[in-house]
Design a protein around this ligand. Sequence first.
Ligand code: ZN
Length: 226
Amino acid sequence: MARAESERGKGSFTKGGKVKFYFRKEVSPIGFTHYYRRPKEIPRDDMLKIIRDFKKMVPLLSELKVYLAGGNGEGEAEINIERIWFNGPEKCGHLKNEAISIPWPTDTAGGIAGFTEDAQKGNWFAGALIDKRCCDGDCSYETFHFPRVFKIREWDKPDEKGLYFDFCKTAFRPYDLAVNVFLIIAKHYLKDNIKVSSDGKMTHWQEGMMLCQVHLGYGLEFKLKD
Ligand SMILES: [Zn+2]
């Protein structure tokens, strides 16, 4: 319960009055992150289109070895009209590799590593430089949580367009590609109502853009906010 009550925990009441918590898994304060500004409430029609397209992409992502679990790294991802809540699987079966500590992608990094030894290409000041998405033996990192109705916390302040800041630190784990794909889809339907920025460069987003273009018919027009 302490974890749910922490700054980064999110919870909501179910109809029966039972508290159902949607944790945001806590991770290192530094690391490779995607950021976005979003409206307080996403119209149901838009949310339906977003989840319809994202659900189409989930099996394609798993063919690329991007597997999704629930937001805490266990169980099933939630993809429904009220929320998208996922992470990589904690018990992913990859070998433990302590060298992959606070990883950061090289400028040309992409793809998914078959095994982590394959991915390390040196170090940046805080950890490992990697040229493929990989894990340290645990494919989960920070929860990706995109509720239809954003729960405003007391420290949240909207920007001049009324958009609220949120982010997901993926550490370039394999599910990073699923976060890219989701945000490309959301951007397609929400247009100027979502602003996406990233520690990654456009090169890191190319695969997600291509995947969406091939399977959904859009994506190559995606641009990060400067
Ligand atoms: Zn893994």
